[in-house]
Design a protein around this ligand. Sequence first.
Ligand code: PMP
Ligand code: GLU
Length: 398
Amino acid sequence: MKLARRLQAIKPSATLALNARAKALAAKGEDVVVLAAGEPDFDTPEFVKQAAIDALRSGFTKYTATAGMPELREAVCRKLEKDNALKFTPDQVVVTAGGKQSLYNAFQALLDDGDEVLIFSPYWVSYPDMVHLAGGTPVIVPTREEDGYAPDPEAIRKALTPRTRAIVLNSPANPTGAVYSRATLEGIAAAVRDHDCILITDDMYEKLLYTGEFLNIGNVAPDLVPRLLVSNGLSKSYAMTGWRLGYAAGPKALISGMQLVQDQSTSNASSITQKAALAALNGPSDTITAMVNEYRERRDLFVAGLNAIDGIRCRLPEGAFYAMADVRALLGRSYKGTVLTTSLQLSEALLNDFLVAAVPGDPFGAPGYIRMSFVTSREVLQKGLKRLRDFVAALQSV
Ligand code: PMP
Ligand code: GLU
């Protein structure tokens, strides 16, 4: 079957693909330690579920406005003002089926063929593919672990061209867990100030912060707010990955464009989910605090365990819920007679023979690393560490 040319540059989502493989093995009765997709193991808070049940019972089961129910868009504006000190009006907000769709719609609305989007590596796997799907060209700007993955303003200046339409900022970051400081954000702001491009901030992990404070670039550079598109969602902070609820707030013209894309593709996010989201945004935040406290304990346990393994090194992430481990010291060793040369091969051996699902760094633009999410129980994390130790012990120097 001949498929569209634009699909030729697209890869399946490595995180979702590995997660599906691990879950299929688990369904067959295998005792897999799944550290693949970033999916909280907490359940959605009860009061949020109740709002959805009430919506169903009261027959709130019809289309809503494409951009989302007015009350929900108002709640998003209140949230952005209260939590982020960013002022938007409801006509500057579009509610989507997940943060993924917000970003997808944004690229579809913004990009003409060959338009460029700056993306810092390591990056979340989906950014470059979403840009490709919109006909754009991702321009990857590397960051370094030694710098805490803070982008270098000079590298940004060099990467900007007349075709740069947008730059994507993701802090706390997937996969590195890096959180941008005020000084880092000021440096980025200075680099892009004179270049007419949109600043897309993917604030999905905003609440998942273990040290420091969350800042959006709009907080340190208020003059850039008119070209700011904030993308966020409830998947991570309210443990609602399956509900599919995201939102974006930004310049009216861009939001209208994104709404147009949605009008002719998915229409509104599920009406029931929107009611649940309204309850979540208007409700108490103590469930988030409890989750973050637990994740912090898990992070400390898991990262310390990784660093205790000879050949694995892991930076302590300040946010999100991923451990990005440097496994370059293990490459070049042999396993079952084959020399491992990539983290892709290493992940394969780990899954096939040690039943640990860890995503290779390559699709994040981080070869030589593997990403493991620590949003699973401490017992499972300990089991994962034991298997990693067994795996490393089974490697032979050549
Ligand atoms: N941004 C980042 C950085 C992510 O890791 C994810 C993955 N869930 C998303 C956006 C999208 O999340 P969702 O579509 O579930 O809202
Ligand atoms: N964002 C999560 C991850 O990186 C969920 C899977 C996905 O949407 O990529 O694992």
